[in-house]
Write a protein that binds this ligand. Structure first.
Ligand code: PEP
Length: 255
């Protein structure tokens, strides 16, 4: 398994944008643009309330729908939370876990990221697991240690078989929503580091088979260069995924 055989995945993270009616419109428009572009998997991760409209609009297209978080308990007194079974029944196939905005603003920890990951995998969802360093960590030359620690803690107790349903998104926090992008070399080095951590935790086969995305201000202008790198198998895209033409250009760059 190598870059040529690993599955490229272009995933959009809509964050807290789009009402259900806007979601329907955006997915119909995006679907028309990306139709027939089957050289990568295409996912849109939408707000919970948009899922129904998104799943309906994506039916029969090459777009799959994801959520942006999931709770680790099956049910119970967890006001405001959504379980993996609830997501599955609405037609969601993917879920983002550990996004830096969840870690920064909503108290997400490596422990809860691990709990959510295990619950999502047990239910049969594909996990897009986010890891990434903040600027001070990069400036202190501890990026490798941070990525290694976040990856190991998030995947503690996840089997080699379950890794077939794990995508890792390397998202340097300083590049998310800032317009600052990691250079292709920085992205490749960090994704390569994560791959070597997987080789240590599992084996070379798992490491080489795992899709590792780059995320952080990826857009129609810089995607081709980033996606050409050996260890970069796709992208997690925030802002540019809200604009169908921009998202389509990134999908095209991944073909
Ligand atoms: C993200 O939300 O994961 C992201 C990478 O956002 P942006 O592309 O806007 O930087």
């Amino acid at each position: 398994m190598n870059k040529a055989t690993r599955k490229a995945v272009i995933a959009g993270n809509w964050k807290m944008n789009m009402t259900p009616s806007k979601a329907k419109e955006a997915i119909e428009k995006t679907a028309a643009l990306v139709s027939g572009k089957n050289g990568c998997d295409i996912v849109l991760c939408v707000p919970f309330v948009d899922i129904d409209a998104a799943v309906t609009a994506a039916k029969g297209t090459n777009i799959k729908i994801g959520a942006q978080n999931v709770h680790f308990e099956k049910s119970g007194a967890f006001t405001g939370e959504i379980s993996a079974d609830m997501l599955l029944e609405t037609g969601v196939e993917y879920v983002i876990i550990g996004h830096s905005e969840r870690r920064q603003y909503f108290g997400e920890t490596d422990t809860t990221v691990n709990q959510r990951t295990k619950a999502a995998l047990a239910a049969g969802l594909t996990v897009i697991l986010c890891v990434g360093e903040v600027l001070e960590e990069r400036q202190s030359n501890i990026t490798d240690e941070i990525l290694s620690m976040q990856t190991k803690l998030a995947l503690a107790g996840v089997s080699a078989e379950e890794m077939q349903k794990v995508i890792i998104a390397y998202e340097p926090v300083w590049a998310i929503g800032t317009g600052l992008t990691a250079t292709p070399q920085q992205a490749d080095e960090a994704c390569g580091l994560i791959r070597s951590v997987l080789a240590g935790m599992y084996d070379e086969k798992v490491a080489e088979a795992t899709t590792i995305q780059y995320g952080g201000s990826m857009n129609d202008g810089n995607a081709a260069e980033l996606l050409a790198k050996y260890h970069v198998d796709g992208g997690l895209i925030g802002g540019a995924s809200l604009v169908p033409e921009k998202f389509d250009a990134i999908v095209t760059a991944a073909q």
